[in-house]
Design a protein. Structure first.
Length: 492
């Protein structure tokens, strides 16, 4: 059984949320400055590698091979982790994963945990589940700390607080740090070095006190049972080595077959995410070792809609994602609307194809996400594992508008079309009828050619919204058929 991921309660459909976001000039300025900086640096870092295209193809091949044989590699992973002294738990959905982690923390007798940045735990709402059980969870990634202290939500995969500027962060630290632990220093300014030092002092006492840590993982190696975490600040190293108990919650798609496969992603992930040649901190651990690191290691393998996604031949490529965020930084829609409008922990182009598959398209927000794109293709161009996001977007749009067979909870079912797409379906049926009849198509083209001079400046009815912000292109002086006949000498 699989279950839906967490949806932010009360979130409107993407068009409504985006409409509000684009009116926030501060937000748009923050996003524009950050995304342009990151993508320019990434382009320079990628250009340094003459074999980037081959690395990209290799990453795609490894991921596709793993997904085709996911059952075998997950069992191999479980065997290796268990042999190394770890314990593996299988979580079909978010509720089961939260119950497992909460139970493991309670068994230690502790009432607080430190966390390494983990999108899987955000996906299932783990912090909220722990809080309901009387357990405090402290984020240790700097951007996640900013989001948590500000009672906010992440808006970017790599930089969750990308929507905040330095002055806003300073104010959050001044007012909120003392409620969570060590307060901010007196007279804290907005210089990045001052802010980083304030966060370092605040977190250090938590690192030294915590007995339990919760992490995610960027990759899991099936042949050795090794977990791999990439991070840039060193907080991950503290969480993964100091506590007595370590609990890792990881999506089942994060497994790779062999240790050698990591060589590809050690090159592509840092350059695509932080635009660095090498990740500052790459932490790997395999089970437990007496006297070194946590004495107990638990791995929670999370499904939560992933096997249902795997059953979709077109949509399953979204499971290749290595969470680099390159697609967000080149997306013109994300740059203007920001991450909160997507109503999911996975924003941007990858969120627009992943969330509707993990959660289904029954809600207004999930039914609207496949339309949150211009289909410009920039996301595909920068993806280090070659996910054809525009192809999946079109595939999901068809599902939303037409309905049809999908896999839900491991069962093949037929869903009904989403509300509000009757006109779209009627237009597509009319187009199919016309395109199947060449004579009728030619007659229609001749009729439109005669009305060329009467072309409106704005479209009527539903088309009015489109022309409110765009000009209709000028009608060509001659039809394509006439041009073809004149240039190629082909009879009409």
């Amino acid at each position: 059984m699989t279950g839906p991921t967490t949806t932010h309660l009360g979130m409107p459909a993407f068009p409504d949320a985006a409409r509000e976001a684009v009116r926030d000039q501060v937000l748009r300025a923050n996003l524009r400055r950050a995304t342009h900086t990151i993508r320019d640096r990434r382009a320079r870092a990628v250009a340094e590698l003459a074999d980037w295209d081959r690395l990209r193809a290799a990453g795609k091949a490894v991921k596709d091979h793993t997904l085709r044989h996911l059952d075998r590699y997950l069992l191999q992973l479980e065997e290796a982790v268990t042999a190394a002294g770890g314990t593996v738990h299988w979580a079909a959905d978010a509720d089961e994963a939260n119950r497992i982690v909460t139970g493991l923390v309670r068994a230690t007798g502790e009432r607080e945990v430190v966390k390494v940045k983990s999108m899987a735990t955000q996906e299932i709402g783990l912090n909220e589940a722990l809080e309901a059980a009387g357990i405090a969870a402290y984020e240790t990634d700097l951007a996640e700390l900013i989001v948590q202290l500000g009672h906010d939500r992440p808006s970017h995969i790599l930089v969750p607080a990308i929507h905040r500027n330095r002055a806003e962060i300073r104010d959050i630290f001044r007012t909120e740090m003392g409620r969570w632990g060590r307060p901010a220093p007196d007279g804290l300014g907005d210089d990045p070095r001052e802010l980083a030092e304030a966060a370092r002092l605040h977190l250090r006492e938590k690192f030294l006190r915590a007995k339990v840590a919760v992490s995610g993982a960027n990759f899991m190696v099936a042949e050795t049972g090794t977990m791999v975490v990439f991070e840039s600040e060193g907080n991950g190293r503290m969480c993964l080595t100091l506590p007595e108990t370590l609990i890792s919650v990881v999506g089942i798609e994060k497994v790779v077959p062999t240790f050698r496969d990591l060589e590809i992603f050690l090159q592509t992930l840092p350059r695509s995410s932080t635009a660095e040649r090498m990740n500052p901190y790459t932490t790997m651990w395999t089970g437990t070792t007496d006297g070194d690191g946590p004495a107990a290691f638990h791995l929670v393998l999370l499904d939560n809609g992933r096997t249902d996604t795997l059953a979709d031949e077109t949509g399953r490529q979204a499971l290749r994602c290595i969470r680099c965020s390159a697609c967000l930084n080149v997306c013109p829609v994300y740059e203007r609307a920001g991450g909160h409008a997507y109503g999911s922990v996975y924003p941007g182009p990858i969120g627009a194809v992943l969330s509707p598959q993990l959660r289904g398209t029954a809600s207004d927000i999930d039914a609207s996400l496949p339309y949150a794109s211009t289909l410009c293709g920039a996301c595909y161009d920068v993806c280090p594992v070659a996910i054809d996001i525009p192809e999946v977007l079109v595939h999901l749009r068809e599902r939303v508008a037409q309905g049809g067979p999908v896999t839900r909870d491991g069962i093949r079912v037929r869903i009904r079309p989403a509300h509000g797409h009757a006109a779209e379906r009627a237009a597509m049926r009319a187009s199919r009828l016309l395109l199947d009849r060449p004579a009728a198509l030619r007659a229609g083209e001749r009729l439109l050619a005669r009305a060329r001079r009467l072309s409106p400046r704005r479209l009527p009815g539903p088309g009015r919204a489109w022309t409110d912000s765009r000009e209709l292109p000028a009608v060509p002086a001659e039809s394509f058929r006439d041009w073809w006949a004149r240039e190629r000498g082909t009879p009409r």
